[in-house]
Write a protein that binds this ligand. Structure first.
Ligand SMILES: NC(=O)c1ccc[n+]([C@@H]2O[C@H](COP(=O)([O-])OP(=O)(O)OC[C@H]3O[C@@H](n4cnc5c(N)ncnc54)[C@H](O)[C@@H]3O)[C@@H](O)[C@H]2O)c1
Length: 340
């Protein structure tokens, strides 16, 4: 059996890590609550259950019949998962004592509708829900998935007064996975061997950090795939558009995107609960990040038991910095219109 090292911590899955921070980051019997049992919320719960992302998982939704049915269906499969268990219902008390709350509740994007068009409806849902959640899970880290996730993060951070590291959006974690998949296929390497980030808004103004993208250690434009020619700037531009528009394509075909966001969210939860200090492009309210403040944008950030902290030293080419500012301007305008 694994013994905790004298200055280590026993994590929920029994692994030990050297303790470099205060023991506050120890999370035993970790609890995840997923708010919203729709296409996205049930997929987050399903991914977290299968991956063992948390010891206890709760699903909360105001639609009683729906949430109870989803919980039953998920629970019926737990013979075949690890030790995680699942409860849920339409009483917010199911979220009691959560370490992480992932919010997916809200209206979803309809075919042809932009994420920003959803903003007003979902901002009101979030505003009414957060005080209740904070009452039962005052120490949780809040991850917002509901769209438009960047704008909702700014409004939610302002409304709750939580430190920015404790309330952030899944942001472009999903978009980054889409980018790495496309590049990996084109380059003939595994997705995990692609080092690339989509940053900015989770939406129409998002963009890849091409200046630092590599396959292994090789800059993207220098990489020579075994089956095919090196990529060109034109091709990379097309790939960026494909990533940006990926959600529209999936929604057109099946009405929602759910599996990939389920997995992306489960990974964020794991980085928090296992105090991983993993680098992920989540969206936090920025403070003097390359001159940007008071707006939530995805940039590479360190995700741990303390939450998410943007990496200030992240390098941008002058063009990329211009695009980041464009993203910030677009989001600032939407947030301002919702504050009025
Ligand atoms: N950030 C991302 O990368 C990403 C990816 C995919 C989807 N999304 C977003 O996730 C959200 C959910 O999408 P979906 O397809 O699951 O929608 P859905 O309509 O299937 O589910 C939404 C659920 O929220 C519930 N809900 C509404 N108000 C509530 C409240 N006050 N309290 C608790 N539950 C409430 C509804 O009953 C419903 O079950 C959308 O905003 C969508 O745009 C984000």
């Amino acid at each position: 059996m694994t013994q905790p090292a004298p200055f280590g911590r026993l994590l929920w899955h029994g692994a030990t890590l050297p303790c470099q921070t205060e023991p506050m980051s120890v999370i035993e019997n970790s609890k995840l609550t997923v708010v919203g049992a729709g296409a996205v919320g049930s997929s987050v719960a399903y991914a977290a259950l299968i991956r063992g992302s948390a010891r206890h998982i709760a699903l909360y939704d105001i639609a009683t019949e729906k949430v109870e049915a989803e919980v039953l269906d998920l629970a019926h499969g737990t013979q075949f998962t690890g030790t995680s268990d699942i409860i849920g219902g339409s009483d917010v008390s199911v979220a009691e004592g959560s370490h992480v709350v992932v919010i997916t509740a809200g209206a979803k994007q309809r075919p042809g509708q932009t994420r920003t068009e959803l903003a007003g409806v979902n901002a009101n849902i979030l505003k009414s829900m957060l005080p209740q959640l904070l009452e039962v899970a005052p120490n949780a880290i809040y991850v917002i998935v509901t769209n438009p996730c960047d704008v909702l993060t700014v409004l939610a951070q302002e409304a709750t007064g939580l430190p920015p590291e404790r309330i952030f959006a899944s942001g472009t974690v999903l978009d980054t996975s889409r980018l790495r998949w496309l590049l990996g296929r084109r380059a003939g390497v595994s997705t995990a061997s692609v080092h690339a980030y989509i940053v900015g808004e989770h939406g129409d103004t998002e963009f890849p950090l091409w200046s630092t993208t590599t396959i292994g250690t090789v800059p993207i434009l220098d990489f020579d795939p075994i089956d095919g020619d090196p990529m060109t700037v034109d091709e990379l531009d097309h790939i960026a558009v494909d990533v940006r528009d990926a959600a529209y394509k999936v929604i057109q075909g099946k009405g929602a995107t759910n599996y990939a966001i389920g997995l992306s969210s489960a990974r964020i939860v794991e980085a928090i609960l296992s105090d991983e200090h993993s680098v992920m492009p989540v969206s936090t309210v920025l403070h003097d990040f390359h001159g940007l403040s008071g707006v939530a944008l995805s940039v590479p950030s360190i995700v741990s038991a303390s939450g998410a902290v943007p990496i200030r030293e992240t390098q941008f080419s002058p063009n990329e910095l211009g695009l980041l500012r464009r993203s910030a301007d677009a989001l600032r305008d939407v947030a301002a219109s919702l504050r009025d």
